[in-house]
Design a binder for this molecule. Structure first.
Ligand code: FMN
Length: 361
């Protein structure tokens, strides 16, 4: 690869949008909501993100309904005033000529035990001692699709550039896709056609709500990193099916847990964990025409360039390095030394606002 080639700085399209470069801020939970509401801390963080130089920024996962939250520190899209609060975020992004997507989620087995939070999942499961979540009924599944649609519509009304459906990392939709969790015997279990049914229904409802032309993306797993797992072939088939229905972008991740271990979606800093899920993203990118984004362990700009040069993936997304160095994408324009992130996962211990915890006692 020639030294003067800079693939990162080439623009690409997501639906009608032009993304100015190929570094994306992958969704990063902010730890900042108060009783499910957007706070000034969110707005300050999103301003910093907008100034950081990534072509596209994706917010942390937001709950499609009050009951879908992992905790009260997670934004829920259903509160009165959400659209007005989110308008402030889209104004911040636009002021900085930056693109902002909202990630939409139902936490499934990871909802908090708090009263009023859903206690359902793909199949009946004791998620903690004496806390049994029931198999979601058809009516509940239908409501979940409607809640995704309503949440997406609210983001559109707030002037947000697009939404991303979260179907990865062990949350509700991922657990339907995964044979590890999905033990249903009805039309939502068994074959991949059945296991992905909820995702297709959610997508259809979202598209119906926002109309043709509004960017809708997806984050989905190439593997569960435990057995039995969704297969890469199944992942490719789902991607192709959703592309036919008008999906605008896919980000490929993997893993059900966040413990840094073998089934984790946050790879530890082991040698070789850069681009850990690139193989899956490449296979999907080969099979579809819409942009495919690869996430997972990217730390060196040379490696990012190499992935862009040698595989069909469209863009690379990054999370933890941007918590430590919010200005990393700008920095890489002149200083190509690696991200200083240690991939230690201590950022999960943040409180009030997501921050790197490495230098803290
Ligand atoms: C503190 C923290 C919060 C995260 N929040 C989200 C989230 O809200 N939604 C999501 O899809 N992924 C989330 N992730 C996963 C990242 O988007 C990304 O997939 C993962 O960290 C691997 O990329 P990295 O090696 O660049 O960090 C989070 C990761 C961390 C460390």
């Amino acid at each position: 690869m020639g030294k003067d080639i800079n693939l990162i700085d080439r623009p690409f399209s997501i639906g009608p949008l032009t993304v100015p470069n190929r570094l994306v801020r992958s969704a990063t939970f902010e730890f900042a909501a108060e009783n499910g509401r957007i706070t000034q801390r969110h707005l300050d963080l999103w301003r910093q993100m907008a100034e950081g130089g990534c072509g596209l920024n994706i917010t942390g996962k937001m709950a499609i309904s009050a009951g879908a939250k992992i905790a009260p520190i997670m934004v829920e899209c259903s509160y009165d005033g959400f659209v007005d609060d989110l308008k402030k975020a889209s104004r911040v992004a636009k002021e900085k000529q930056s693109l902002l997507f909202v990630q939409l989620n139902h936490a499934g087995y990871k909802t908090s035990a708090q009263e009023g939070h859903d206690q359902l999942g793909v199949s009946t499961l004791e998620v903690a001692p004496d806390r049994v979540y029931h198999e979601a009924t058809f009516a509940e599944i239908q409501k979940i699709a409607e809640d995704f649609a309503r949440a997406a519509k609210r983001c559109q009304e707030a002037g947000i550039d697009g939404v991303q459906i979260h179907a990865a990392h062990g949350y509700l939709i991922n657990t339907f896709l995964s044979p590890y969790y999905n033990h249903r015997t009805d039309s939502y279990g068994g074959s991949i056609k059945n296991r992905s049914r909820i995702l297709f229904e959610v997508y259809e409802a979202v598209r119906g709500a926002v109309g043709p032309g509004y960017p809708v993306g997806l984050k989905m797993p190439m593997s569960d990193r435990v057995e039995p797992s969704i297969t890469l072939e199944e992942c490719v088939n789902v991607a192709q099916g959703l592309e036919k229905m008008g999906l605008d972008m896919i980000e490929i991740s993997a893993g059900l847990t966040m413990d840094g271990g073998d089934s984790s979606f946050v790879p530890s800093a082991k040698e070789g964990s850069e681009g850990l899920f690139l193989k899956g993203a490449s296979a999907v990118a080969k099979a579809v025409k819409i942009p495919v984004i690869s996430v997972g362990g990217y730390r060196r700009p040379e490696f990012v360039e190499k992935a862009l040069a040698e595989t069909p993936v469209t863009a690379i997304s990054i999370c933890r390095p941007l918590i430590r160095e919010p200005n990393l994408a700008n920095r890489w324009k002149t200083d190509r030394s690696p991200a200083t992130c240690l991939s230690c996962n201590k950022c999960f211990r943040s409180s009030g606002i997501i921050t790197c915890q490495v230098d803290k006692k």
